[in-house]
Design a protein around this ligand. Structure first.
Ligand code: NAP
Length: 288
């Protein structure tokens, strides 16, 4: 029997119901500012989805769209003024920024309490300390929410995270290993000698690589849970637009796994929902 597909849209919709209740009991309206620089079409789609989610939930959003040639100092000044604006609770810089900009430096300028992406070193540092009450990066926390929603037992299980980026793989590994989740975690990266052997030993695999179809069905222990974080654009002449989205996991994995998150419709909707959750968290904290 094939794997059950983990419906990220349904899980995100359940979370949105809870968030609406929290928003209705907030003394203030949560307010998110999204800064986008340049005209990368995929980034503009992501920002539009975030703004639409805000509208659905009753979160105020301010969309700041700037041309690619904007000076870095201008963005830095903009972040400082958003930090000082008491009516605003979340600040997000849509990645990637144009190459002449120092994304790390600009992220560090964001007030950590308003850092709804969870990428500020203070928030990532708290995660290392096992403190998840602050801003936790949205994609890995969305994966945790999805696993919890599907009632996947993590304690004592062997988990493999493929990828060690600061925004997905590394915080994902920390969240799985944190007290309360209690998985035993292996991180696979580009220098790992035998990624297949590591995966075959795992009860849970989280693939966050950026290589379409890399994780094959013969990498999977029968009955394992597989979460596909990858979002890759691959050529597809059967589609009018000439491309489609593909994950890091080969669709044939469905024949072997017990649960599989699809792409699209798995982790993607959870990432946006967790951004909303972080904005509500920040507004709740800052209102007092
Ligand atoms: P990234 O910064 O490029 O990191 C990729 C990671 O994969 C690196 O740690 C790299 O290892 C590792 N890697 C590369 N080739 C490998 C190989 N052959 N074997 C094992 N590991 C390998 O990417 P990212 O930002 O983490 O994103 C990963 C994927 O998730 C992308 O497809 C991205 O589009 C997607 N994504 C999805 C969401 C969502 O909402 N669903 C959100 C964010 C990202 P090294 O460190 O050794 O180089």
């Amino acid at each position: 029997m094939g794997a059950m597909l983990l419906d990220g849209k349904a899980c995100a919709a359940d979370l949105e119901i809870r968030l609406k209740e929290q928003i209705s009991s907030c003394k203030i309206q949560p307010h998110l500012a999204v800064i986008i620089v340049g005209d990368d079409p995929a980034s503009h789609v992501y920002v539009r989805n975030k703004v639409l989610s805000c509208e659905r939930l009753g979160i105020k959003s301010t969309h700041i769209s700037l041309p690619a040639e904007t000076e870095q100092d201008f963005i830095a000044e903009k972040i400082r003024s958003l930090n000082a604006d008491d009516s605003l609770h979340g600040i997000l810089i849509q990645s990637p920024l144009p190459p002449h900009m120092d994304e790390e430096m600009l992220t560090e300028l964001i007030d950590p309490r308003k850092d709804v992406d969870g990428f500020h070193p203070i928030n990532l540092g708290r995660l290392v300390q096992g403190r998840v009450e602050g801003m936790v990066p949205c994609t890995p926390s969305g994966v945790m929410e999805l696993l919890n929603w599907a009632e996947v037992e993590l304690s004592g299980k062997k988990a493999v995270v493929i990828g060690r980026s600061f925004n997905v793989g590394m915080p994902q590994a920390l969240l799985l290993a944190a007290k309360g989740a209690d998985a035993t975690v292996t991180i696979v990266h580009s220098r790992t000698v035998d990624a297949k052997a590591e995966c075959l030993a795992a009860d849970i695999i989280i693939a966050a690589v950026g290589r379409p179809g890399m994780v094959k069905s013969d990498w999977i222990k029968p009955g394992a849970v597989v979460i596909d974080v990858g979002i890759n654009r691959v050529d597809d002449s059967t589609r009018e637009r000439g491309w489609r989205l593909a994950g890091d996991v080969d669709p044939e994995v469905q024949e072997v796994a017990s649960l599989l998150s699809p792409v699209p419709g798995g982790v993607g909707p959870m990432t946006v929902a967790m951004l909303m959750a972080n904005t509500v968290k920040s507004a709740t904290f800052l209102q007092d």
